[in-house]
Design a protein around this ligand. Structure first.
Ligand SMILES: Cc1cc2nc3c(=O)[nH]c(=O)nc-3n(C[C@H](O)[C@H](O)[C@H](O)COP(=O)(O)OP(=O)(O)OC[C@H]3O[C@@H](n4cnc5c(N)ncnc54)[C@H](O)[C@@H]3O)c2cc1C
Length: 356
């Protein structure tokens, strides 16, 4: 690997993408400073995320152009996990049980048939399971289960563990309460200016502000971005529970190692609306209990709101800005956890070539 063209890099945004890229560039020999506008990582979408690495079941009509990208990043995840776990000494709670999409009524069966045909057209081959096969694989499923699609390669990870591992590795190189309000080109790099006026020059800057990147944009060619609100909740089961991610209609359940289940998530084009609503939690629990009835016995431990950063065509933007020495890494929408390894790979390649 050739040495970096420049040595110092500022990351604007200490969320899942910013910290992943910061860690990655640090491994490539860069001197990294990551600026996070808040006091910790709890505002970030990564903190609110389920952590599904679902190249198959997150695929939606109209997003076919993303299929090979999602699959590629999914394949990168095991080595990304191994490297981050080795560097941090922490487990990411990566679980490789796979994902089940379950039907409990005739409409649901129709939806599964449709999804199976759609995924096959994209080159995937999800397995069709009869009701008894599905319940053998996942005994927590409802007795009303009529059938399921099984995607063994759709794994999951705990994104909070990922954030914890990244903050541990980066240590004091993450600066909190540091909101960046302006970037000024200099003859050899970029000056980064904080809201209280502090300035520092770097050879390069990576923009990774998630859903906040557009207000206001720090470069003129930033693509339009919408925050897409998502609400979710955690419950704690009394005994070890699911060993797979389970999808029902309009809901998914994601197990953590400590008997908690993440039940998510709404998709609401409401901007930065901070409310956690009774209607959203009711909907998630109502849909969730159809596939795993025992969730109604569980203790609710947390309710969550977060903001997915969506571009107009749902495609992340990882490319140099027209302002020299700045690279944008924004717009990961529903798949930022899945796409973190690919984002690091692309940025690693851009800096290796000095192409920014
Ligand atoms: C409810 C929900 C469920 C999700 N589930 C999944 C999933 O299962 N799988 C998956 O792959 N993805 C999932 N996602 C999407 C994923 O979380 C995001 O795509 C990803 O976290 C985006 O990362 P990011 O770093 O770009 O943004 P964020 O994680 O939001 O981080 C951006 C950070 O930048 C900071 N910031 C903003 N402006 C400034 C500034 N001017 N100066 C300094 N700091 C600034 C913010 O405070 C924030 O901490 C989910 C998202 C939500 C909301």
């Amino acid at each position: 690997m050739s040495p970096p063209k420049n040595r110092t890099v500022a990351i604007v945004g200490g969320g899942l993408i910013g910290l992943s890229v910061g860690w990655w560039l640090g491994r490539l020999g860069w001197d990294v400073t990551a600026y996070e506008g808040t006091r910790d990582i709890t505002r970030s979408a990564g903190y609110a995320a389920a952590g599904m690495l679902a190249a198959q079941l997150e695929q939606e009509p109209g997003e076919e152009h993303l299929a090979s990208l999602l699959a590629h990043s999914q394949r990168l995840w095991p080595s990304f996990r191994d490297a981050l776990e080795a560097d941090s000494g922490l487990s990411l709670d990566y679980q490789a049980g796979g994902t089940l999409m379950v039907a409990t009524d005739a409409n649901g069966l129709g939806r599964l048939r449709h999804d199976q045909a759609y995924l096959r057209r994209l080159g995937w081959d999800p397995q069709w399971l009869m009701a008894e096969e599905a319940r053998r694989l996942e005994p927590w499923l409802s007795p009303q289960t009529l059938g399921a699609l099984f995607c063994p390669s759709d794994h999951h990870v705990d994104p909070r563990r990922v954030l914890q591992a990244l903050t541990q590795v980066l240590g004091p190189r993450v600066v909190y309460h540091a909101s960046i309000v302006q970037l000024s080109p200099t003859p050899h790099g970029v000056e980064v200016i904080q809201s209280h006026g502090a300035k520092q020059s770097f050879d390069a800057v990576i923009l990774a502000q998630g859903a906040w990147a557009g207000n206001p944009p720090l470069v003129p060619d930033l693509p339009p971005l919408d925050p897409v609100k998502g609400q979710a909740l955690y419950v704690r089961m009394s005994t070890p529970c699911l060993s797979h991610v389970v999808w029902g209609e309009d809901v998914y359940l994601v197990p953590r190692h400590d008997n908690r289940l993440y039940i998510g998530a709404t998709v609401e084009p409401l901007g930065f609306d901070t409310r956690i609503t009774a209607g959203a939690l009711y909907h998630l629990l109502k849909q969730g209990r159809l596939v795993v009835p025992s969730i109604l016995e569980a203790e609710v431990t947390e309710s969550i709101v977060g903001y997915r950063p969506r571009t107009l065509n749902d495609t992340p933007v990882i490319r140099p800005s027209i302002v020299p020495n700045i690279i944008m890494a924004v717009g990961h929408h529903r798949n930022g956890v899945l796409l973190a390894p690919w984002t690091c790979e692309v940025i690693g390649e851009l800096v290796r070539r000095g192409d920014f």
